[in-house]
Design a binder for this molecule. Structure first.
Ligand SMILES: Nc1ncnc2c1ncn2[C@@H]1O[C@H](COP(=O)(O)OP(=O)(O)O)[C@@H](O)[C@H]1O
Ligand SMILES: [Mg+2]
Length: 264
């Protein structure tokens, strides 16, 4: 009989994505949310308004195309993919008629566990490498919301192999089997960091391109769209646009340390 150590690509039983209600709840600390600029859970916070607008546009696009699974990527690192994925998921989770899933698929630079203060060391990397078969040990329900987050703790190497694995294929197939009232958001790596985004994009219905004001060039945008074809680009978000959609309330620029995105 096969066991997981002998053949980590084999799953013991068919994979089912657990419903948020089947997952351990995590109530993020107020300070952690504030520190990580996660404002989308609080409809009374004026900073959550741009995410309500984005939420409506996303739902309209998904529904009109019969899509449910999309990712956020960018040409350049630190464009705000995780910031937008998390806040968009939070804003969507305030809609009672939808179940929201957020998967951290930036395997080498997963950041959502830290952003929400998740201490467990079992993430999607452990699932994809065969250390666990149990997705309910990976996912967390955020508070009593209908949002499930599947975090990823930074994978040191072999992310491309993990994304080419049967486990990743099974994960994507299980996501596609989710009912139609779900929205599944994947926080992705930047498109040019390595092959990871291309490999993931093949499984997605569409992706959203995050453009960083003053940083991302038109050429980079066009190159990203060509690179990820035939997966359609469902829209673009201009992040850090001073006085605009996401940045009307004095958000600053992110840390310069992100320039070294994949260098260590
Ligand atoms: N519009 C914004 N306003 C304030 N902070 C932002 C904004 N966009 C991104 N950030 C911050 O910049 C940093 C990098 O963003 P992040 O979402 O992690 O980038 P990426 O996932 O694209 O690498 C994070 O600390 C994030 O909170
Ligand atoms: Mg990120």
């Amino acid at each position: 009989m096969l066991n997981m150590t002998e053949n980590p690509s084999e799953l013991a039983s068919p994979l089912v994505i657990p419903h948020p209600s089947q997952l351990e709840a995590l109530v993020p600390a107020e300070e952690t949310l504030e520190e990580n600029q996660i404002v989308g859970f609080d409809g009374n916070d004026i900073r959550s308004r741009p995410f309500n607008l984005l939420r409506s546009q996303v739902i309209k696009t998904l529904e009109s195309n019969s899509w449910k699974l999309f990712g956020l990527t960018s040409a350049t690192p630190a464009a705000g993919k995780s910031f937008l994925s998390m806040n968009l998921a939070a804003a969507l989770s305030r809609l009672s008629d939808k179940t929201i899933y957020l998967f951290d698929l930036d395997l080498r630079r997963g950041s959502l566990a830290t952003a929400l203060g998740i201490e467990s060391k079992t993430g999607l990397g452990e699932f994809l490498s065969g250390k666990t078969d149990d997705l309910s040990s990976v996912g967390r329900r955020i508070g009593d919301s209908n949002l499930a987050l599947f975090p990823c703790h930074r994978v040191k190497s072999n992310s491309a192999e993990m994304l080419a694995s049967k486990r990743f294929e099974a994960l994507m197939a299980a996501i596609k089997d989710l009912p139609d009232d779900v929205v599944v958001i994947c926080d992705l790596p930047p498109a040019f960091a390595n092959d990871d985004t291309i490999m993931i994009a093949q499984h997605l219905d569409a992706y959203m391109l995050v453009i960083e004001q003053g940083i991302t060039t038109k050429k980079q945008m066009n190159n990203t769209v060509s690179l990820l074809k035939p997966t359609p680009c469902m829209g673009t978000v201009l992040n850090r646009y001073v006085g605009g959609l996401i940045d009307p309330y004095g958000y600053g620029y992110g840390s310069g340390a992100y320039n070294k995105y994949y260098s260590d």
